[in-house]
Write a new protein. Structure first.
Length: 201
């Protein structure tokens, strides 16, 4: 994720920089998904299910879905993709997953949107005892509850706090005119491995 200063009052957050910033380490959301996806595919899941809102509405949605599909492709795997409405209910998701999950088949569920993860988790209420060996679940952010649920949920975490902190430093530096901060800051995502998947800490 890249943070670019456009003016003393305006900042641009991007998942992927428009150019390579030499000397700075960069890991895009796609690269994070590729790394995580590779680990989870190697864990031996038989089938893969992706649940997403319309990926063409936002570039972040498209990058997440593309990254997961690419991770599967590199391992010779495919997935069933379900594009759902933004206002889909947990009950509707429960019915969807009931028709997808099969006895004796290990399935990994990838939820591409932060707002859908808690609904999918509720939809899986009757299946949580099967995590992580038979059913795996991974999504994004939601750390306010995913570390305290039972089972806890594995998520890819975007550096929201660090974004704000670095933006403040760049803004103060720009207002003071000290030029001590690099205007293009590249921030790394992290993975919060939890009980809904096998852990790879």
């Amino acid at each position: 994720m890249i943070l670019t200063s456009l003016s003393p009052q305006l900042f641009l957050y991007q998942e992927k920089p428009p150019f390579y910033a030499g000397g700075l380490y960069y890991e895009s959301i796609i690269e994070s998904i590729l790394n995580v996806g590779s680990h989870l595919i190697d864990d031996g899941y038989d089938e893969f299910i992706m649940i997403t809102a319309d990926p063409h509405v936002l570039s972040t949605r498209l990058e997440r879905t593309t990254g997961f599909l690419h991770a599967l492709e590199t391992k010779g795997k495919t997935c069933k993709t379900h594009v759902v409405a933004d206002d889909v209910t947990s009950d509707a998701l429960r019915d969807l997953l009931y028709n997808e999950l099969r006895f004796g088949v290990r399935s990994l569920i990838f939820v591409a949107n932060c707002f859908l993860l808690p609904r999918v988790y509720l939809a899986l209420k009757d299946y949580r005892n099967l995590m992580p060996d038979t059913i795996g679940l991974i999504g994004f952010d939601n750390t306010e509850w995913t570390n305290f649920s039972s089972p806890t949920v594995t998520t890819i975490v975007q550096p929201a706090y660090n974004e704000g902190y670095q933006a403040a430093l760049i803004l103060i530096d720009s207002l003071k005119g000290t030029n001590e901060q690099i205007p293009n800051q590249i921030l790394k995502c992290s993975v919060n491995w939890n009980e809904s998947t096998k852990q790879h800490n």
